[in-house]
Ligand binder design. Structure first.
Ligand SMILES: [Zn+2]
Length: 154
């Protein structure tokens, strides 16, 4: 699947297999929220993103209205992706919205702001995928934080 933000000239690509497995994993945790980390790489021009993998949290808390992940053990897995050729990076995160639309909550907006402003995470434009799951319909929302503003990929 290919998504774009025309206003910024950005494109994003994700393999259908990966997307389906994220949806499946998310639905398994229904009615609780669940999520993980998004891994992939950028084009040379930095305008095209390719999501290639996910890392699932080792420790998390999920309720119907909340998802909190711990980063314990995630660094080691990120290093393995970084060692691959081409290098793969942490791009952002994904989580589900059971019985809801893929619209960022205020908690989600705070979370993406803190990632964008985190001194140790070298990611200026973090990505957020929300999988809205309103039985039996699945709706996806891909967002990127760009210069302190959240944009949605179409
Ligand atoms: Zn959310």
């Amino acid at each position: 699947m290919m998504y774009r933000i025309n206003e910024l000239g950005l494109t994003l690509e994700i393999e259908d297999d990966l997307l389906c497995s994220l949806i499946d994993i998310g639905i398994k945790h229904y009615p609780n929220e669940f999520g993980g980390f998004l891994i992939g790489n950028y084009s040379e021009t930095q305008t095209h993103l390719i999501i290639t993998n996910t890392i699932l949290p080792n420790k998390f808390k999920g309720t119907p209205y909340l998802f909190e992940r711990d980063t314990i053990g995630i660094d080691d897995k990120l290093k393995q992706f970084y060692a691959e050729e081409p290098k793969k990076y942490y791009l952002g995160e994904w989580h589900t919205h059971p019985n809801n639309l893929p619209i960022p909550s205020s908690t989600d907006i705070n979370a993406i702001n803190s990632i964008a402003n985190h001194p140790e995470v070298s990611i200026k434009n973090p990505l957020m995928l929300i999988i809205g799951y309103d039985k039996p319909k699945v709706e996806l929302g891909f967002y990127v934080q760009f210069k302190n503003k959240l944009y949605r990929y179409e």
